[in-house]
Design a protein around this ligand. Structure first.
Ligand SMILES: Cc1ncc(C[n+]2csc(CCOP(=O)(O)OP(=O)(O)O)c2C)c(N)n1
Length: 373
């Protein structure tokens, strides 16, 4: 089904008056349509999926209308608490229409971090006492309308419904043209950081293409198997890096994304409070969720260096080009951390970008061997 028709049907047949969520590659055409300047519906990108549920609840309180919360199934975990302790009929009984991208669906080839999540998606949502419908490429408009008509009765009782969207079920209804004004390619920025780092420094990288690019760069340098690639759990790599930094005298680098940084921004406050001198936090800021299609983050203009400074990092740099990055790296290496380098980078990646060829278990074992003194 075309994305614009899907959105129109949710608005008209379910009564959705706000769409909010975190983008997903499988829901790409849907997200692109929502952020189009001429989109006929209200839309708000959320920093994380739990926040999206809370936004939907606030919207309902203010308008008595329904909001649609969209997410990749990886985000269900972030949403569980507000679904159960805020929206659930045993608490405030605030209806939600969830649209969940089904990565790792049974029978679909996908990356290891999606396997358990995909297998358990429907069970997880049902265990939250949601009514679940699988929306696939074969689902017809009439079927969708019939589900939504039934859902209205549940919404009236303060109950919630989830549409679990299979790969290919939502098709583009217009062009997608993600854009930002920056020029430094992210892969080049990561390469520059690798050049500056000492051979025994440790790296923890975030979910998505940043980890894929780091893996490829290491391979090209003949240095495979060194870094902890946080392939799932978006937003948590900085806390992994912090905990590692607290237990080793070696320098630890966290290669983060701006979307991931915003997702769990409280981590910055903890880094600032604990002040690990050996931590360098690099936020590769393209103002977007590039790995899933380039949709803008919740706060594309957020000043990550200023947030780090205000959180108590020792030093923070905001750089927009090669020279700025090189200078920030040399200053970072010359003094104690924690240091933040917020590097504004271009959108996009090379078309032949590979994926880690090691299993996450092998990656973990290699990283742990490397840490041992
Ligand atoms: C909790 C959670 N929500 C959503 C996703 C899907 N997802 C994977 S990577 C990504 C975008 C990350 O954006 P950013 O950190 O800015 O890095 P970029 O891709 O722009 O380099 C998203 C939304 C996920 N893996 N986990």
């Amino acid at each position: 089904m075309k994305a614009d028709l899907f959105i129109k049907t949710l608005s008209e047949s379910a009564g959705v008056s706000l769409f909010t969520g975190v983008p997903d590659s499988l829901l790409g055409p849907f997200c692109d349509c929502l952020r189009a300047e001429d989109a006929p519906v209200s839309h708000l990108t959320a920093p994380n999926e739990g926040s999206a549920v809370a936004i939907a609840c606030g919207h309902h309180l203010a308008t008595d209308r329904l909001a649609c919360v969209y997410m990749q199934n990886s985000g269900i975990g972030n949403a569980v608490n507000p679904i159960l302790s805020l929206a659930h009929p045993d608490v405030y009984g605030i209806p939600l229409l969830l649209v969940v991208g089904w990565r790792g669906a049974p029978g679909q080839k996908d990356e290891p971090q999606h396997a358990a999540q995909g297998r358990l998606t429907v069970r997880l949502l049902e265990s939250l006492e949601l009514t679940v419908h699988a929306f696939g490429p074969q689902t017809t408009l009439d079927e969708l309308k019939a589900w939504l008509a039934d859902s209205r009765k549940l919404f009236a009782q303060g109950r919630s419904v989830a549409l679990v969207v299979e790969k290919g079920a939502i098709e583009p209804s217009g062009p997608s043209a993600p854009h930002n004004p920056y020029e430094l390619p992210r892969e080049e920025a990561i390469g520059t950081v690798l050049e500056a780092a000492a051979p025994d420094d440790l790296f923890v990288s975030t979910t998505g293409k940043i980890s894929r690019e780091l893996f490829e760069l290491r391979k090209a340098r003949g240095e495979e198997n060194r870094d902890f690639l946080t392939v799932g759990s978006m937003g948590h790599s900085s806390m992994i890096a912090l905990a590692v930094a607290l237990r080793t005298p070696r320098r630890v680098w966290c290669l983060d994304g701006d979307g991931a940084f915003l997702m769990h921004m409280g981590g910055a406050a903890l880094i600032g409070r604990l002040g690990p001198k050996n931590l360098v936090h690099v936020a590769l800021d393209n103002a977007a969720h590039d790995s899933v299609g380039g949709m803008p983050t919740a706060a594309p203009g957020a000043d990550i260096a200023a947030i780090a400074t205000a959180s108590g990092y020792g030093r923070a740099f905001s750089v927009t080009d090669r020279e700025g990055l090189a200078k920030a790296l040399s200053l970072a290496l010359a003094s104690d951390g924690p240091t933040m380098i917020a590097a504004k980078v271009a959108l996009g990646s090379r078309p032949d970008l590979g994926r880690p060829t090691l299993t996450p278990r092998q990656n973990k074992e290699n990283f742990m061997k490397l840490i041992k003194p």
